[in-house]
Write a protein that binds this ligand. Structure first.
Ligand code: OGA
Ligand code: MN
Length: 197
């Protein structure tokens, strides 16, 4: 794939702080990752809110389950390679000093949602850029599960979690939520982090 997509992501982040990229991953890779996530369904664990002692599972705040990624699978290596390329461009073009990508599979069962929140909420938080790679081949608007981004000008943007689409936004700038899904909703979700000071 051409390098142009990485540059256009960097340009959009510099200009407006977010971008939605359709077909960032090809359909074949998306379908393999979707299958992989479904096969490993039993290994997912419920995502919580709060850190360390304050950590708890709260269905009223978020209903997703997550699985940390291993990369012996070829489709996963493919996705990781794309994300590594993007990280390089973000560092070279925007000087973001990103040290690593931390990401995991996320599954929202029917009815699950994630209330409005910000990904970086404490000053010492090392999350810089949020990335969400959707893995749902053939998803329709009435299947719900949209990512609702609250943009800085008071506008809202609803993103359909369609397979291949990549959402990218600055972690400290945009509150967002996941609307209730009417079907199983899968993604790879994560954050480019800078090193802790
Ligand atoms: C998150 C999140 C958005 C999405 O996991 O923090 O906001 O569209 N996910 O899955
Ligand atoms: Mn989030």
């Amino acid at each position: 794939m051409s390098e142009a997509v990485y540059t256009s992501i960097c340009d959009a982040l510099a200009e407006q702080g977010w971008i939605i990229v359709p077909d960032f991953l090809d359909a074949q890779t998306v379908s393999e990752l979707h299958q992989l996530a479904q096969q490993r369904r039993e290994a997912f664990h419920r995502a919580g809110v709060g850190r360390e002692a304050a950590h708890q599972v709260r269905n009223d705040i978020r209903g997703d389950s997550v699985l940390w990624i291993e990369d012996h699978d070829e489709a996963m290596q493919q996705a990781n390679a794309r994300m590594a390329q993007l990280q390089q461009h973000l560092n070279r073009e925007l000087f973001l000093g990103l040290a690593e990508l931390e990401w995991h599979f996320a599954h929202y069962p029917v009815g699950a949602f994630y209330q409005r929140h910000l990904d970086q909420h404490r000053a010492q938080d090392t999350r810089v850029v949020t990335v969400v790679q959707y893995l749902n081949p053939d998803w329709h608007t009435d299947d719900g599960g949209q990512l609702r981004l609250y943009l800085n000008d008071g506008e809202q943007l609803d993103v359909t979690p369609y397979g291949g689409t990549l959402a990218v936004f600055m972690s400290d700038r945009f509150e967002h939520e996941v609307l209730p899904a009417r079907r199983d909703r899968y993604s790879l979700t994560g954050w480019y982090r800078r090193r802790a000071l």
